[in-house]
Design a protein around this ligand. Structure first.
Ligand code: SAM
Ligand code: SF4
Ligand code: SF4
Length: 337
């Protein structure tokens, strides 16, 4: 059947990221520093969050824009009650081929099996160090690696595809690049290094704290020979490499030193229903209001077409050109990465 929405788009929307909650059990220093996200921080609750019915309706609309992949994130998405129910419903939507979750893995021990049964295909698990002493500092809550490693095991046993994400920040965990690479080369899980980004307003980002893709690759390659691999698909954000002597692979997401804005096919929906066409935007479009004011699917669709075709985001390119940056940005825990 002809898709009239897709015909109007120069760039398809491929990858929809939905934050389902802004709360988290961790306080990673580069994302939700404990001194800002403390006891009296006001998280969203009740009606502020999009309901599952609202999310499902919006995903049905987004599927017409070419969205095939859904990533559920947060905050910590596994803290949203009955997440498996949402996954099950999203999986029934025509055109949706792949549902993934980004998580710190702690609650996977209890949830992996039922999430898989509901239709989850993949998990991206955040782990920034393999040594307890470093990890306890990065996660801001003194949590050791064991609960995360158990979560990874539970995901494996449930048959979920696994990728491990490690944010690298100078002075925080660059000592862990090689130990993490060695560990996951053995397990065969793909490890992806993420350059520390200037998302949000509270992580005190400074270019000097970014460990670049080039530095990461050089360090690993010195000990374990790497060969570059082709991208799996258009717009893939990680540069891929394979170890010369094994099938394990690594990736580097170089959004700071090597911007990829022109091929960005992502769109993000916050837990309270704001739509963002860029991770570094300072404000979003209030889709929850469109839904709750009783607008028809057609009306919402035509507004979304305007938003998507009108987008000119290229924050990472501008940052690289040292152009003055916008003032206030949204928080990573709010938009979910
Ligand atoms: N709580 C889940 C987790 O940590 O996987 C999902 C939400 S978290 C905000 C999503 C991703 O953003 C994680 O992989 C995290 O490491 C990454 N992230 C958070 N702050 C970042 C920063 N300043 N620079 C780069 N990546 C960041
Ligand atoms: Fe929580 Fe994920 Fe942010 Fe860490 S990166 S504080 S686990 S939302
Ligand atoms: Fe996409 Fe914005 Fe990141 Fe550029 S900076 S790749 S437009 S999210």
């Amino acid at each position: 059947m002809k898709n009239y929405v897709l015909d109007q788009l120069e760039r398809p929307m491929k990858d929809l990221r939905i934050s389902v909650i802004d709360q988290c059990n961790f306080r990673c220093t580069y994302c939700m520093p404990a001194e800002v996200f403390g006891e009296d921080y006001r998280f969203m609750h009740g009606d502020e969050l999009l309901s599952f019915d609202e999310i499902v309706r919006l995903v049905e609309i987004f599927a017409q824009f070419g969205v095939e992949k859904i990533r559920l994130t947060g905050g910590e998405p596994l803290m949203r009650k009955n997440l498996d129910e949402l996954i099950y419903r999203l999986n029934q939507i025509d055109g949706i081929k792949d549902i993934a979750v980004t998580t710190n893995a702690v609650f996977l021990v209890r949830q992996a099996k039922k999430l898989k049964a509901a239709g989850l295909t993949r998990v991206n698990i955040s782990l920034d160090a393999i040594e307890d002493e470093v990890f306890q500092i990065t996660n801001g809550r003194g949590v050791k690696t064991k609960p995360v490693l158990k979560g990874i095991e539970a995901a494996r046993e449930a048959g979920l595809e696994i990728k491990i994400n490690m944010v690298v920040k100078k002075g925080m965990n660059e000592s862990q690049i090689l130990p993490m690479a060695r560990y996951f080369k053995e397990t065969g899980d793909t490890l992806r290094f993420i350059e520390f980004m200037d998302v949000g307003n509270h992580n005190g980002w400074n270019m000097d704290e970014v460990v670049s893709k080039k530095e990461i690759i050089e360090e690993i390659n010195e000990e374990m020979s790497l060969e570059p691999l082709d991208a799996n698909y258009y717009g893939e954000v990680a540069s891929r490499y394979r170890y010369a002597d094994s099938d394990s692979e690594i990736g580097v997401i170089s959004s700071v030193t090597d911007a990829f804005c022109s091929s960005c096919t992502r769109v993000r929906l916050s837990a309270d229903g704001k739509l963002f066409t860029c991770l570094f935007a300072s404000s979003g479009y209030d889709i929850r209001e469109m839904v709750r004011s009783g607008q028809s699917d057609e009306s919402i669709t035509s507004q979304l077409i305007k938003i998507w075709t009108g987008r000119d985001d290229q924050y990472s390119v501008e940052r690289a050109q040292k152009k003055p940056l916008k003032q206030k940005k949204i928080e990573m825990s709010y938009i979910g990465g």
